[in-house]
Write a protein that binds this ligand. Structure first.
Ligand code: TRP
Length: 387
């Protein structure tokens, strides 16, 4: 049993709060590891990945993926010849921004390196239920738009299936009811922080997100290891799912957890509800420029002060964007040193970021257009993957 005490997440218990639906305050990731009962990514684990794949992805090396459960176990299984599935997802509540695609880029890297099959879930039901003013039509539109982004990331079409909850519910429902039957309201309430005013659709939803953890086993007729790359805010789902896995005769799903990508505003999760602080994959280059030029930075109020005192790279979203998306490790380390010592001004970083982001987005948009022709091929059909 994973021993996080979810009641710890009560608002006000800490200066930050992380649930699948809300991230508030400045997140202390070390504390989250303790609170959620996960493992930090160790040097040993990185070495093992290096041994198996000949490379360590920068998002691992630089700590964007910072925590896990049973990732080592999944790799052991793989070494012994047992393949694992990947499972990740997206709640289609808006257009996709760069924060969203980071874990997907990483998931593609895992898929390529380990030749894994991938299930990608779109929880249109969850996003419809969550907000009283969201209509089914809105969620349906975002579902379609988001699918284009998912395909544009470049997942292997032979090894990737997209599951849209409301469309493919017949494949999830038998497993979801098996999960639901084993979870009491009392547990769900404490894991997810439900209250008396939570609508009952939300309360009944979590088993639907758990179902793809076991779908590969159902498809293959034997227990199949599953690894979930996801931002750490999704962890309550996996704690719940792991608790029932044994009793259902399946392996517990393994996880690898990412941090949140800071928005271009003050630190905190990049949010679609504050569009000026997020770079969307559908933004035009001029909009990208504008957003970056008005971004929050870790800089001092004046150039003179910055030269004298240096700036705060670690608290600067522009720095993190460059580090995770575009700089090499070496470039990024140098950037940090120059920033801290006052030799680098924010204008230069912003211009570097703009120059790198614009061609990235232009290219990504082309791929989104092409994706329109292959949407059907990516849809889940209940059939096992080709061997
Ligand atoms: N609940 C997630 C969200 O709101 C979507 C999701 C479904 C997901 N299944 C997942 C995310 C698996 C990561 C991994 O974004």
């Amino acid at each position: 049993m994973d021993q996080a005490n979810p009641n710890d997440q009560a608002p006000g218990a800490e200066d930050f709060r992380v649930t699948p639906w809300e991230v508030e305050g400045e997140v202390d990731y070390g504390k989250l590891i303790e609170k959620f009962g996960t493992q930090p990514i160790s040097q040993e684990l990185l070495q093992k990945i290096n041994r198996m794949t000949g490379e360590v992805h920068p998002m691992l090396k630089m700590g964007y993926f910072f925590s896990h459960r049973d990732f080592d176990w999944v790799l052991d299984k793989k070494e012994k010849g047992e393949d694992f599935y990947l499972y990740t997802g997206r709640g289609p509540s808006g257009m996709v921004h760069m924060g969203h695609i980071m874990p997907w880029i990483f998931t593609k890297y895992l898929q390529d390196k380990f030749k894994s099959n991938l299930l990608f879930q779109l929880t249109d039901d969850e996003k419809f239920l969550y907000s009283q003013d969201r209509t089914r039509e809105q969620v349906e539109r975002f579902t379609y738009e988001n699918i284009l982004d998912i395909i544009a990331v470049g997942f292997n079409p032979r090894r990737t299936k997209i599951i849209v909850d409301s469309k493919h519910i017949q494949h999830l429902y038998p497993i979801a009811t098996e999960v639901a039957k084993r979870i009491t309201f009392s547990t769900a309430r404490s894991v997810f922080g439900f209250t008396n005013s939570t609508n009952i659709g939300m309360i009944g939803f979590p088993p639907i997100q758990a179902a793809p953890c076991f779908l590969p086993s159902a498809m293959e007729g034997k227990p199949v290891p599953v690894l979930i790359p996801a931002a750490i805010d999704q962890d309550p789902y996996w704690r719940m799912t792991r608790d029932v896995a044994d009793r259902m005769g399946y392996y517990k799903p393994a996880q690898i957890h990412s941090k949140f990508l800071p928005g271009l505003g003050m630190l905190g999760k990049m949010s679609s509800s504050k569009p000026e602080t997020a770079i969307f994959t559908s933004d035009d280059p001029e909009v990208v420029d504008k957003k970056i030029s008005t971004a929050f930075t870790g800089g001092q109020p004046t150039v003179a002060l910055q030269r004298e005192l240096g700036a705060n790279a670690l608290g600067c979203p522009v720095f993190w964007y460059l580090r995770y998306f575009f700089d090499s490790e070496k470039q990024s380390d140098e950037r940090m040193l120059r920033c801290k010592s006052g030799n680098l001004l924010c204008g230069e970083c912003k211009s570097d970021l703009s120059k790198a982001t614009k061609p990235f987005i232009v290219e990504f948009k082309k791929r989104r257009e092409k994706a329109k022709d292959v949407v059907e091929e990516f849809m889940f059909d209940g059939k096992p993957f080709e061997k």
